[in-house]
Design a protein around this ligand. Structure first.
Ligand code: CAA
Length: 283
């Protein structure tokens, strides 16, 4: 089955990036938010990223208009009745995700594929809320979505090979390299990245090196675009904390235990770039 019409639930940091990427790849995209205020905010973010691309000469004004013309905003999930693929990109809350999958199963055509952009939660738990577990998979993008070249396609024990092939084809049409992983906490990237970030926090907290030197070590010594503490600020410290806790809850592996400092920073509201303060100051 060829995917042409895509639905995205959530127009936040990840959802908005997915919407933009799909529209740029030529898909007709419908995006929903919980209310008009959130929808307008998300759409304005997409417009400003695209306008910047026009300013920088990466696309013409006409191309931008065409991309925006393929994006349709809504506040009603019932508007997904004609979609070939719907990607859920709401906050990492299993109860909310389960409700969304049950609702989508009733609204979407029987042929539609239902995907989650979760970074760490169990996908089979969402799939069993539907009567089409074979058509449920993970399609996990990376932040910032329009820039990052990877997508993890995640299969549960119930996902069919046909669904995986369609997911892979979709990711490639979005211009991404697709890697396939099992429905296991953190898939490939977060399984490796979370202990890396947690270790960097331990290293800083125990005084082995300053945050700047830890980041410079990884940035220049391993050629990563940013060090682990700057990366944690980009992802959001609340998100890093949530993923670490969710992975520990499922795997019971001490390498996923969040350092107390991370929890304290989250409590203080120092969530990284989005709040203007994390390991670094962004004000
Ligand atoms: N949305 C869209 N485009 C963006 C963007 C955003 N939020 N942020 C940056 N860009 C694009 C812009 O086109 C920008 O160019 P302009 O500023 O000229 O328009 C271009 O990227 C380069 O950005 P910058 O010049 O600001 O800075 P940079 O060259 O240092 O690149 C970066 C920024 C792309 C974020 C780079 O530092 C990087 O790749 N960092 C690592 C990101 C990473 O590892 N992400 C994965 C996080 S893990 C995850 O997402 C999974 C999970 O489940 C938690």
């Amino acid at each position: 089955m060829e995917i042409q019409k895509v639905g995205v639930i959530g127009c936040g940091q990840m959802g908005g990036g997915i919407v933009q990427t799909c529209a740029q790849a030529g898909f007709d995209v419908r995006v929903t938010e919980v209310n008009d205020t959130f929808l307008e905010k998300g759409m304005n973010n997409i417009k400003s990223v695209l306008s910047r691309n026009v300013e920088k000469g990466r696309m013409t004004k006409e191309e931008m208009e065409a991309v925006l013309g393929r994006i349709h905003g809504s506040t009603k999930t019932t508007d997904f009745a004609d979609r070939d693929l719907v990607i859920e990109a709401v906050i990492e809350n299993m109860d909310m995700k389960k409700k969304i999958f049950a609702e989508l199963d009733k609204i979407c055509p029987p042929s539609a594929i239902l995907a989650t952009n979760t970074s760490c939660l169990s996908i089979i738990d969402m799939a069993v809320m539907t009567k089409r577990a074979d058509k449920v998979l993970g399609i996990h993008f990376f932040n910032p979505v329009p820039v990052m070249k990877l997508v993890e396609v995640v299969k549960t024990i119930a996902t069919s090979q046909e669904t995986i092939s369609a997911g892979k084809q979709f990711g490639e049409k979005c211009g991404k390299k697709v890697v396939i992983a099992q429905d296991s906490p953190g898939f490939i990237v977060n399984r490796l990245m979370i202990p890396f970030i947690l270790n960097a926090i331990h290293m800083m907290d125990s005084g082995i090196a300053s945050k700047e030197d830890i980041d410079a070590g990884i940035n220049l010594g391993l050629n990563h675009p940013m060090g682990p503490l700057a990366l944690a600020d980009l992802i959001g410290l609340d998100t890093v904390f949530f993923i670490a806790n969710a992975m520990y809850a499922e795997l019971r592996d001490p390498q996923f235990v969040a350092p107390p400092l991370l929890g304290k920073m989250v409590t203080a509201g120092w969530l990284g770039r989005k709040t203007g303060k994390g390991f670094y100051d962004y004000k």
